[in-house]
Design a protein around this ligand. Structure first.
Ligand code: UD1
Ligand code: UDP
Length: 366
């Protein structure tokens, strides 16, 4: 048999572990493919990284770059240098990246400069807000990529409008939908988690906040904190706390006040998260992935941002955009979304996106 096709996958942040889990499983089922995982170390706390490798049975990375946190330029630059070394050593057939983090652009740029073809999963997403670091990462990665694997028709259209089309684009569906289906069945009822958090299924709100545009803007943080404290008087709220947000709350001196009003916990594993998304009456979030997962599990969502990339969910009534500019706006946005249901839609494929990614890498579909 000819040599196996080697895929060098660069991941580093929590949502990328979840996305890669589905594709890595599909690759491991193929005798003609070999995957080498590179973990940049962008996320490094056990509950932001190791937990996912263990729980989702992601293969052990062949390379741990241990880059860690830092300002954008320093973090991305350190990744670029280290990934280049790995590429020169491993000489893969493809470099595979996911989403829109600094690990994504570093991987894509290092490979493109060495003429290693780049495949980008979740290509074509746009917020049209260039103040977001993620928007810069996405646009640049898409333009560097040989193969843009899109999750939705909207994403495919965005690429076409930027001159990226033909054999550089393939709409495969959303690997997070695959993950939600696969792991949703395995999450179980998680009764012990609900007990530990002292909440009942169908009787709490689930919240996550981590976007720089919120955490780094004191006015927006004021609005979010005051809204959560006020909503906490009439609703149970569970907030698994991202380390970026924990640091900001501590620095502001607001962590104790917020902890007294709502249930704050450490970042959760994916199966716990799936169970809470499914059992919550509403999800309030600024996360890209959590917005979609709320829909996958049939829960209404309020997105605490000025815009979203996942516009289908807003159009179908599953998601309501509530810019967190004032506590009153957030409170009324949350209250009026509880109990709502959107229209039935299926914009994210058939649950076979990971298999289609693998087929695309092997040139089986075009
Ligand atoms: C990153 C991504 C964002 C993604 C998010 C997923 C970029 C520019 N941003 O944002 O798109 O939505 O991951 O969660 O790539 N920290 C820890 N421990 C960790 C990781 C982070 O304490 O394991 C703290 C550090 O103080 C760090 C801060 O969180 O400075 C931010 O981490 P970073 O990876 O730079 O950005 P995220 O906000 O996590
Ligand atoms: N997630 C998790 N535990 C948490 C919070 C989020 O497992 O405590 C999962 C969530 O279910 C989703 C992904 O992490 O699959 C989203 O990551 P995040 O919100 O950090 O980033 P984004 O999607 O906004 O880039």
């Amino acid at each position: 048999m000819a040599d196996a096709t080697t895929i060098l996958t660069v991941i580093g942040a929590r949502p990328q572990f979840i996305k890669a889990a589905t594709v890595s499983r599909a690759i491991s089922g193929r005798a003609d493919m070999r995957e080498i995982l590179v973990h940049t170390g962008q996320h490094y706390d056990a509950n932001m990284s190791d937990t996912f490798f263990e729980e989702l049975a992601i293969p052990v990375p062949g390379h741990n770059l241990n880059i860690g946190s830092g300002p954008h330029g320093a973090q991305t630059g350190a990744m670029l240098e280290a990934i280049e070394r790995v590429l020169l050593q491993e000489k893969p057939d493809w470099l595979l990246v996911y989403g829109d983090t600094n690990s994504t652009i570093a991987g894509a740029l290092a490979a493109a400069k060495l003429h290693v073809p780049v495949a980008h999963v979740e290509a074509g997403m746009r917020s049209f807000n260039r103040r977001m670091p993620e928007e810069l990462n996405r646009v640049l990665t898409d333009h560097l990529s040989t193969l843009n694997l899109t999750s939705t028709q909207t994403a495919t259209e965005h690429l076409a409008s930027e001159g990226i089309s033909g054999d550089r684009v393939l709409e495969v569906g959303d690997v997070m939908y695959d993950a939600a289906r696969f792991y949703g069945e395995r999450a179980g009822d998680r009764a012990a988690l609900l007990d530990r958090l002292d909440v009942k299924s169908g009787d709490f709100l689930l919240a996550t906040v981590h976007r720089a545009e919120n955490t780094d803007d004191p006015r927006r943080m004021d609005a979010i904190i005051e809204a959560f404290i006020s909503l906490g008087e009439s609703h149970r709220i569970v907030l698994p706390l991202h380390p970026r947000t924990r640091a900001v709350l501590e620095q502001r001196g607001d962590l104790d006040r917020l902890s007294a009003a709502i249930t704050i916990c450490e970042p959760l594993g994916y199966l716990d998260m799936v169970a809470l998304e499914r059992d919550a009456v509403l999800v309030a979030t600024d996360s890209g992935g959590v917005q979609k997962e709320a829909f996958f599990h049939g829960t209404p969502c309020v997105t605490l941002r000025d815009e979203t990339e996942w516009v289908e969910l807003v159009e179908a009534g599953w998601n309501t955009i509530v810019p967190p500019v004032g506590a009153e706006e957030i409170i009324s946005g949350v209250q009026s979304s509880i109990g709502t249901r959107g229209k039935p839609i299926q914009p994210y494929g058939q649950g076979d996106a990971a298999e289609r990614v693998v087929d695309a890498l092997m040139g089986v579909i075009a």
